[in-house]
Design a protein around this ligand. Structure first.
Ligand SMILES: Cc1ncc(COP(=O)(O)O)c(C=O)c1O
Length: 363
């Protein structure tokens, strides 16, 4: 059996292709390329779906973080907490603002930012902001993070790039009072046909600032910005995908539950079952006993037609461009070395999951 890591074939079926082709034709007919009615429709409906007051579409998920830092006044010389493990866009955004990252360690059972480590780092460093990441789609402990940050005036930006479909105890990701940033990169749960991103914000003032920065400062003579627009075709694709997204995210949750069931008794460790209903299951990571065990398992699965990825093979501090920053990340280093992600999508079948789990159990 051949099982690819992403399933674009089923996602972009004939019906969807036809609808998108019609919309693209409409956009060409109207010469409305840079921005148009689908941007506004998507912003309105996505904000509603995520329980946010406003959604500001931008060019991609990295810009979404960078512009969020900018509107919160975080820049040169400021210290920003980042989890020891995340996709490197999180730390890139901090560095691109001229700010200095401080590593915060993670919880070894799930890879999410550890509020106790955050508290220690908040005491030791004058943090201006922190960027908890809903990594793999798991809900970060936002309430505990707020308990550390709010009394100290530390700003919070939730990196929700992997968390469309994730639920916090208080509601969907994006419904808190923090800024919440999304990526709609083609592999994400909700994905464009290229690059796109968004920031969910609680106030109209922040919405306007983000849109102004992302469109060269137009509308505000006192400032300049940059180009971080989401083009009309991407907005239209995203808008069309909203119709199906809740169903697709439910299917991912069912696939994760099946993996948990079929991996009982296997030598790999799965994530805590409490996340079965709250994670977006953007990724399905398992923990191997060692990095060698991970490599052999990945090879065995590849030999049997199953593609996997070692997200994230290293903690940020172990990667050349991000070495030497202060903070703590011992648990992050151990976690990164042992993680392997198995294929998961809205279309993963029980037969495929059983096939994969049987190989893992025999390993
Ligand atoms: C956790 C995280 N943050 C940020 C990003 C950046 O998003 P983009 O690639 O759209 O810039 C990603 C995308 O892969 C991500 O996974």
């Amino acid at each position: 059996m051949e099982i690819s890591f992403y399933d674009f074939q089923n996602l972009h079926n004939e019906k969807f292709r036809k609808e998108v082709k019609d919309i693209i034709g409409e956009i060409i007919d109207n010469n409305a390329f840079a921005e148009g009615e689908y941007n506004h429709k998507f912003e309105k409906d996505f904000a509603k779906m995520q329980g946010a007051n406003h959604c500001a579409l931008v060019g991609n998920g990295t810009d979404a973080i960078e512009i969020s830092l900018e509107v919160l006044g975080v820049g040169h010389g400021d210290k920003v907490g980042v989890p020891g493990i995340t996709f490197y866009a999180t730390i890139e955004a901090v560095l691109n603002r001229g700010a200095t990252p401080v590593y915060i360690d993670i919880n070894p059972e799930d890879g999410l930012l550890c509020p106790k480590s955050l508290e220690r780092m908040a005491e030791a460093h004058n943090l201006k902001a922190v960027i908890p990441v809903h990594i793999y789609g798991l809900p970060a402990p936002i309430k505990e993070i707020e308990d550390v940050c709010n009394p100290r005036g530390i700003k919070i930006i939730e990196d929700s790039a992997q968390a469309q479909g994730t639920f916090l105890p208080t509601g969907p990701v994006g419904s808190s009072n923090n800024l919440s940033t999304f990526s709609f990169y083609p592999t994400k749960n909700l994905a464009a046909f290229g690059d796109a991103g968004a920031v969910l914000v609680p106030t109209e003032e922040l919405y306007n600032k983000i849109k102004t920065i992302g469109n060269h400062g137009r509308g505000d003579d006192s400032m300049y910005g940059r180009n971080s627009r989401c083009d009309h075709i991407q907005a239209a694709v995203l808008y069309k995908k909203l119709e199906m997204i809740e169903e697709y995210n439910k299917a991912r949750k069912s696939a994760a539950a099946l993996y948990h069931k079929h991996l009982e008794g296997a030598s790999v460790k799965v994530l805590p079952s409490k996340y079965l209903t709250t994670s977006s299951w953007h990724l399905y990571p398992v923990q191997c006993e060692s990095s060698q065990a991970r490599e052999s398992l990945a090879k065995l699965l590849a030999d049997n037609g199953v593609s996997t990825t070692p997200f994230y093979a290293e903690a940020l501090s172990e990667m050349t461009p991000f070495k030497g920053y202060e903070g703590e990340d011992e648990k992050a280093k151990a976690f990164a070395g042992h993680t392997l992600c198995l294929p998961i999508s809205a279309f993963t079948t029980e037969e495929q999951i059983e096939y994969i789990c049987n190989i893992i159990k025999k390993a």
